[in-house]
Design a protein around this ligand. Structure first.
Ligand SMILES: C[S@@+](CC[C@H](N)C(=O)[O-])C[C@H]1O[C@@H](n2cnc3c(N)ncnc32)[C@H](O)[C@@H]1O
Length: 240
């Protein structure tokens, strides 16, 4: 698929999940008005597009696919870290399916208690790029982050304030259920449907299905986009 077609499809998908998230809930602002709610329920916090437009500091790191802006190929951990700092009240983060744990590392550097929950033991990367300083940061081989080497279980949500799943296939629906059960916030960037307990009906995109599920489960859902290539649409869920 051409880049232009790919980008257009992402735009359309984002528009549709934004409509779906805002459409059925009185009082929830439409995302094309560049508004979102924060943890206190305020509606004046800008989404990534607006933050980008208004913030010199955030511009290099926080973006959606604004016209003229080149999408970064990678850096999803750095971009999500920055998005969370810019938009959410700090809290204890469960980085579900966190893989090597770079998101957890970055959050902890920012003072947020974060823990990886992932059954596969993985070491932190040896280096990563700091998008603000544009420097390569090297991590000592001895550097670690807290990890629970287990499959995510709903009861784990009790010990956290924000449940995060970045491309954690098979975890999205369980995570939403856990967030509902324990009245927690969630941030998910779904990728594929693999190992998920529900399946979208014919003609419905997986993301639309997840938004629908979360809203029916009792969340206000705010879609957002980050400036990396691939599955870059995120959903922030706040219990009603
Ligand atoms: C596609 S990787 C994504 C890793 C990382 N978040 C990233 O963006 O690179 C999915 C991760 O989910 C983990 N995973 C799979 N099933 C899980 C489960 N039930 N609970 C927690 N983690 C799980 C896998 O071990 C893997 O590290």
């Amino acid at each position: 698929m051409s880049k232009r077609k790919d980008r257009k499809q992402t735009e359309e998908l984002f528009e549709s999940v934004s409509q779906l998230a805002g459409g059925g809930q009185p009082g929830l602002p439409q995302t094309h008005e560049a508004e979102t709610f924060n943890d206190a329920g305020h509606t004046n916090v800008p989404i990534a597009d607006e933050a980008l437009a208004n913030s010199k500091e955030l511009a290099p790191v926080l973006a959606s696919a604004l016209p003229g802006l080149r999408q970064m190929k990678k850096f999803r951990f750095q971009l999500l870290h920055q998005w969370m700092l810019a938009h959410l009240q700090p809290g204890r983060v469960a980085d579900v399916g966190g893989g090597k744990g770079l998101l957890t590392y970055l959050l902890r550097q920012s003072g947020w208690p974060a823990t990886v929950i992932d059954p596969v033991p993985q070491a932190l990367p040896t280096k990563f790029k700091d998008l603000t300083s544009h420097k390569q940061i090297h991590l000592a081989a001895t550097e670690t982050v807290p990890r629970l080497a287990q499959n995510f279980e709903p009861a784990m949500a009790r010990d956290f304030d924000i449940l995060v799943a970045l491309h954690a296939h098979g975890c999205n629906i369980h995570l939403i259920e856990a967030a509902a059960q324990y009245d927690r916030r969630f941030v998910i960037l779904p990728c594929c449907i693999i190992h998920e307990p529900i399946y979208p009906p014919l003609g419905v995109h997986w993301l639309q299905c997840v938004v629908d599920y979360a809203t029916r489960t009792g969340f206000r859902v705010q879609p957002f986009r980050l400036n990396f290539k691939g599955q870059n649409i995120g959903l922030y869920g706040l219990p009603l």
